[in-house]
Design a binder for this molecule. Structure first.
Ligand SMILES: [Ca+2]
Ligand SMILES: [Ca+2]
Length: 214
């Protein structure tokens, strides 16, 4: 959709500068963006590939994905786009979901491990955010902002089925996914960063919040 949007905007600007006939209203005729679900990662590529199909995801996360997604996005767990990761993707669409098969990859390489999310109509994704939580610092084994711990320490504050999670560094408020660090990060488990998984040997200090139904 972003590509489509860019093309439409570029096309609009082209008309504007070359023919002087386009009006601002022409630029408004763009697909209305939806809102994004949280990220889902139910499989890893150790078997036949990375299977993040919509039917499997709906079974494992009932009610978390709208019936007719408007768009799908896939990224590796480290944040690379599909294009940047360079894998041959078997399937990626809004009706079946995402599949990367190991057998399709060159030189017997395995697929990378992907997570996916879906764009849904705005009405589906209405979300109310919890407060920010920062219960741990990375001085021990890592930064443990796990949902289990947060629930135990803050009883009744976090909904039973969070729809999304947001995590940023506590000092510069950098989005966790922009830090390049490796961690568990999803709305079902929270954020858990192990120092031993980092090149620097130390996780940044993250804080998290959860998106709940309003
Ligand atoms: Ca995966
Ligand atoms: Ca923390």
């Amino acid at each position: 959709m972003i590509q489509l949007l860019s093309v439409a905007i570029v096309a609009g600007l082209f008309f504007e500068s070359n023919q002087q006939t386009a009006r601002v209203s022409d630029l408004v005729l763009l697909p209305k963006p939806g809102c994004w679900t949280g990220w889902f990662d139910r499989d890893d590529p150790s078997g036949t590939g990375d299977w993040e199909t919509l039917s499997d995801l709906r079974n494992e996360y009932p009610g978390k994905i709208c019936s007719k997604p408007l768009a799908i996005e896939a990224r590796t767990l480290s944040g690379l786009t599909v294009a940047a990761a360079g894998d041959v993707i078997y399937l990626m669409d809004t009706t079946k979901g995402f599949v990367c098969r190991n057998q399709d990859q060159r030189r017997r390489k395995m697929c990378k491990d992907y997570r996916v999310r879906f764009s849904c109509p705005r009405s589906f994704c209405k979300v109310c955010w919890t407060q920010w939580y920062n219960r741990d610092a990375p001085s021990g084994t890592g930064d443990w902002e796990s949902l289990t711990n947060l629930r135990t320490e803050n009883p009744g504050q976090i909904c039973d089925s969070p729809m999304s999670i947001e995590a940023v560094t506590s000092d510069t408020l950098t989005p966790a996914l922009s830090t390049g660090q490796t961690f568990i990060y999803n709305q079902n488990e929270g954020l858990v960063c192990h120092n031993t998984d980092q090149e620097s040997g130390l996780c940044l200090d993250y804080k998290v919040r959860f998106g709940c139904p309003c």
